[in-house]
Design a protein around this ligand. Structure first.
Ligand code: BGC
Length: 469
């Protein structure tokens, strides 16, 4: 049952990735069928992270009031409404609304699904089960790219086919399958036992726990876990609020938690994830099919490297991986900046000065160095650096930084490309280089240090950076 629980919650991760990535395939067609200015293109695309920003703000309160299960069911309904809406729209503003709705669902589920997994999973494989959520995001992105490739009219079709095809509606509509699966799955699984204890419903909690552990409600194992949950909740009474995050001893953790997400987003990742076909077009891939094929390669490298990262993170450690990731992405972005230029002259489109395959190589290099470190590590570290009493608010704040900067990059990318062209990649390259400096002076090594040691270290007033020394 516990793997079933994780699988159901991981569908939420899959939807996160799918609804992020599907716009990449739909955009080239939408551009032909609707008159999109760079600003409108950016806003419509960025309405997903914008919705997610508000979803993330609302999520923890909703999950405490209504329960994890009901909130995830609500998110599944929002996914369903947003998906149907996006497939049926007749004007751009409707697509903005539909995608905002999808964004809300993503923001809510990307906080509540890992929470639900963490609260129902046995301690011994909790880390693995949470990583599955992360992996599910990248698999969702890859699936959206494959869906786009499958639905795109064939390359030898007449050029004006793109002007009339409904393929983009089917691209959005495909998201209905995982959305309905999530809804059905959430109807079957039990509520989080931890939430039930917190709400003063011990009998229901016992029954729920017995179901996920496939044991009897009276068994010693279930009994022991309920006691542990009670003890942990009693300790939580001294829960800190938002204001506590700015206390001098906590602030360094906040800087690391939010700073890593700022750098993750301003590294340009979602310019690549949402606009890959447009980047490949600038890099010299002429047809839509070729552009989406190159995009699929990016999605595949993203998934495979995430698996590698899951294996490396507790072996190599956080700091060396981050240094490697920021340095590698800085170089890759610099190659893109050098390889794509904008000819002078009004409205001139970017042109490739390096061979398309060399530039494809640079994007592959970028995504490899991203997925090996800058992708997963901010999520890992945001759950490590905050002391228990401010962990929930600290994580919300970090998640808000993630979505806020995600919105900024996705909104501004088309505008920047139209304005300063491929120089945009220089901005990303410089941010990645700054990531190296930030890691050197601010980021502690948390590998092999227990959460209790981290907690003790912070409360002793020692500099966060000296952790484990
Ligand atoms: C980031 C997302 C990004 C994804 C790509 C995540 O860690 O937070 O913004 O789209 O990685 O795999």
């Amino acid at each position: 049952m516990i793997y079933f629980v994780a699988a159901v919650a991981a569908i939420a991760g899959f939807l996160f990735g799918f609804d992020e990535g599907i716009i990449a395939g739909a955009l080239p067609i939408l551009q032909k069928q609707f008159s999109l200015t760079a600003g409108l293109e950016g806003f419509m695309t960025a309405s997903v992270p914008l919705g997610a920003f508000f979803g993330a703000i609302a999520a923890s309160r909703l999950a405490d009031g209504l329960g994890r299960r009901r909130v995830l069911m609500g998110a599944a309904i929002l996914f369903t409404i947003g998906t149907i809406g996006a497939a049926l729209i007749t004007a751009m503003w409707m697509l903005v609304l539909a995608r905002f709705c999808l964004g809300l669902a993503i923001g809510i589920s990307s906080m509540v699904a890992p929470m639900y997994i963490a609260e129902t999973a046995p301690a011994r494989n909790r880390g693995l089960l949470i990583s599955i959520f992360q992996l599910a995001i990248t698999i969702g992105i890859l699936s959206s790219y494959l869906t786009s490739l499958g639905l795109l009219p064939p390359m030898d079709a007449a050029a004006d086919v793109l002007e009339s095809t409904d393929a983009w509606r089917w691209m959005f509509a495909t998201g209905l399958v995982p959305a309905v699966l999530l809804l059905m799955g959430m109807m079957v699984v039990p509520e989080s036992p931890r939430w039930l204890v917190k709400r003063g419903q011990p009998d229901e909690a016992r029954a729920a726990l017995a179901r996920v552990r496939a044991g009897s409600p009276e068994s010693a194992g279930v009994d022991g876990e309920i006691q542990d949950i009670r003890a942990a909740i009693a300790e939580e009474k001294s829960q800190g609020g938002w204001g506590d995050l700015f206390k001098p001893i906590i602030r360094p953790a906040l800087v690391v938690g939010m700073g890593l997400f700022l750098l993750q987003q301003l590294s340009g990742i979602n310019a690549v994830i949402y606009y890959a076909p447009a980047i490949f077009k600038a890099a010299g891939f002429d047809t839509e099919v070729e552009q989406i094929e190159a995009t699929v390669i990016i999605g595949l490298v993203n998934v495979l490297t995430t698996v590698l990262a899951m294996w490396l993170v507790d072996r190599i450690g956080r700091r060396p991986l981050l240094l490697l990731g920021f340095a590698g992405t800085a170089v890759a972005m610099a190659i893109l900046a050098l390889g794509v230029v904008v000819p002078t002259g009004d409205g001139a489109a970017p042109e490739a000065v390096m061979a398309p395959n060399v530039l494809l190589g640079a994007v592959i290099m970028y995504i490899f160095f991203f997925a090996i470190s800058i992708g997963p590590l901010p999520w890992v570290m945001m759950s490590e650096v905050f002391p228990l009493n401010v962990r929930a608010v600290g994580m919300s704040m970090a998640a808000m930084a993630n979505w806020g900067f995600n919105f900024l990059v996705v909104f501004l990318f088309p505008v920047l490309m139209a304005g300063i062209g491929a120089n945009t990649f220089w901005i990303f390259s410089v941010v990645c280089a700054l990531g190296v400096v930030f890691t050197l002076i601010r980021v502690p090594e948390t590998k092999g240090v227990s959460l209790e040691q981290i907690e003790h270290h912070i409360h002793a007033g020692k500099p966060l950076r000296e952790l484990g020394k």
